[in-house]
Design a protein around this ligand. Structure first.
Ligand SMILES: [Mg+2]
Length: 226
């Protein structure tokens, strides 16, 4: 008999729990305007799920600007300041996210926040999400540069929780994040927000977290009884 519960549920943040990708689009577009350019839709979509420095390199390249270390740091500071203003104005929940998080908590399943966003901004989002919603939180500036799609953020969360990542369910909205979680060995509940997601190994695609039954999460894991 397979344990009906996952060892933990590992939640992405932007676009998965809160509808913050739209706020990122504003701050990134504002930076492009500030530099006299315009952010392309293709580059914006390619950035979703990436960490700050990777996103800034994409942004500067999109604007035909120099993307050396100094320029990346300057752009990151500007975008962080603008995003901080926007995050402080309030972060809307994604549909069903609040209920999914509460459901995992009520079942006593360990939970982690695994975000590419830096700690200072994630802390603002945690005012909405609730710090007691998670046993551990892993941010984009805490993974030694090994950001999603590298599996390290998910592996780090599993290590901190002392659980086997292959017994964990990750919840993601971006191709970059899904790739990271699958590479870590997790099973993924994939709920698209800004960018479409493709079917593939060890993932279940849902239209919305409203469709998620947290009591049956364990049935998604490899080897679970139907
Ligand atoms: Mg995301």
């Amino acid at each position: 008999m397979t344990d009906a519960r996952p060892a933990a549920v590992l939640f992405d943040m932007d676009g998965t729990l809160v509808d913050s990708e739209k706020l990122w689009t504003i701050s990134l577009s504002d930076y492009a305007t500030h530099r006299g350019g315009e952010l392309s839709i293709a580059t914006r979509e390619a950035m979703v799920g990436s960490n700050m420095s990777t996103s800034m390199r994409m942004l500067l390249a999109d604007l035909d600007l120099v993307a050396d270390a100094g320029a990346v740091a300057e752009a990151a500071d500007w975008v962080e300041a603008r995003s901080t203003e926007l995050f402080r104005q309030g972060l809307p929940w994604r549909p069903g996210a609040r209920e999914a998080l509460a459901g995992v908590r009520s079942l006593g399943i360990p939970a982690a926040l695994v975000t590419s966003t830096i700690r200072s901004l994630a802390e603002i989002a945690l005012d909405t999400l609730g710090r007691d919603s998670f046993d551990v939180t892993v941010c984009g500036d805490e993974v030694d540069g090994r950001n999603k799609p590298d599996p390290e953020p998910y592996l780090r969360a599993a290590r901190l929780l002392d659980v086997d990542p292959r017994r964990c369910v990750a919840v993601e909205d971006s191709p970059t994040g899904v790739a990271a979680a699958v590479a870590a060995g997790c099973t993924v509940v994939a709920v698209p927000c800004e960018v479409p997601l493709e079917p593939g190994e060890r993932r279940v695609l849902l239209e919305s977290l409203d469709e998620l039954d947290v009591r049956s999460l364990g049935s998604l894991l490899p080897g679970a009884l139907a």
